[in-house]
Design a protein around this ligand. Structure first.
Ligand code: AVI
Length: 321
């Protein structure tokens, strides 16, 4: 790490190419071809995701921010003084500033993200804006676990997990991760989490297949990333972005669909695609407040307080272990 980042630690060392390659080869070898959505977030992918968050049709970010603004004092009170905030998937930490500004003497902020450059640049900006706060970025894939720095192990930790990223995990994996969080914040801390709520299909489809094509570009960037990083030869213009709503599972499913029959090489490996064949790249599960509280209960978390918006599009929920 550059010398300007003395407090930075790494758990998975930028999700090495070897692991990326292994996951891509394994995913494309399945009968339903699959690429893990965590690989969306290279530098370009993170920037495209930030652009998605600005889209009119992508309601989650604006709605969650609105909930955080409207309830800032109550949320600040719930977290209490001298909070140590651990943020899962911090990205640009945009929502965090709103939260930090309403905390009483926060002690430390530990942003955890898989995208190293983005994380470190954001941490630098935060250090400039919050000189009294101890900022300790951790480069890690939070689904794989990471160590809380020793200095904070016995503090009252609040895990902050905004953005409904929990929805990108299938329910069993979500419970598993919530269990890890419950252990991390133990009996004196808590979890503050953003949860996208189930709603009319058209609203969801507009959010995940926007007219400007930013989400399509975000999805297709995964193929560019494989070409760049893993010596792939995807003809990216021969794939298109598809988003569908699976009502039975209450989730959006995102795919990359092959326009034609084609063969793609990644290093020495070759993969054939039929015309219309799809690679699954992401699930985005939608919940209601009670179904999410039930899920969290399976992980040993009990709900303390819930804040929603007037349309009930999104919920910010606080849980204790
Ligand atoms: C990060 N995650 C919560 C986003 C979502 O809404 O599921 C990722 C995303 N995919 C397409 N648009 C946004």
């Amino acid at each position: 790490f550059p010398a300007t980042q003395p407090h930075c630690s790494t758990a998975t060392a930028d999700a090495s190419d070897a692991e990326f390659l292994q996951d891509v080869l394994a995913g494309l070898s399945k009968s339903q071809k699959h690429l893990p959505c965590k690989y969306f977030y290279d530098e370009r992918g993170s920037k495209l995701f930030d652009q998605i968050c600005e889209l009119d049709s992508y309601y989650p970010t604006r709605t969650e921010t609105g909930i955080m603004v409207d309830n800032a004092e109550a949320i600040g009170r719930r977290l209490g003084p001298e909070a140590v905030l651990v943020e899962y998937g911090s990205g640009s930490s945009t929502k965090t500033r709103q939260l930090l500004d309403h905390l009483q003497n926060p002690t430390a902020y530990i942003p955890v993200d898989i995208s190293e450059d983005h994380l470190l640049a954001t941490a630098e900006r935060l250090k400039a804006d919050y000189p009294d706060l101890d900022i300790h970025p951790i480069v890690a894939d939070f689904t794989q676990g990471f160590e809380i720095p020793t200095a904070y192990r016995n503090s009252q930790l609040t895990v902050y997990f905004p953005g409904s990223t929990i929805g990108n995990l299938e329910p069993d994996a979500a419970i598993e991760l919530l269990r890890t969080i419950a252990r991390q914040c133990d009996s004196h801390g808590g979890l503050l989490i953003g949860v996208d709520l189930d709603k009319a299909e058209q609203v969801l489809l507009d959010a995940y297949d926007d007219d400007l094509g930013v989400t399509a570009e975000f999805n297709l960037n995964l193929l560019h990333r494989i070409n760049r990083q893993l010596n792939g030869n995807f003809a990216v213009d021969k794939f298109r972005h598809v988003a569908i709503y699976n009502a039975a599972k209450a989730r959006i499913e995102i795919y990359l669909e092959s326009h034609c029959a084609q063969t793609v090489a990644i290093g020495d490996a070759q993969f054939t695609f039929a015309e219309g064949e799809r690679i699954l790249t992401e699930y985005s599960h939608k919940y209601d407040v009670s179904s999410f509280a039930d899920l969290a209960r399976h992980a040993g978390l009990s709900v303390d307080e819930v804040w929603t918006d007037p349309r009930d599009y999104f919920a910010v929920m606080h849980f204790s272990a």
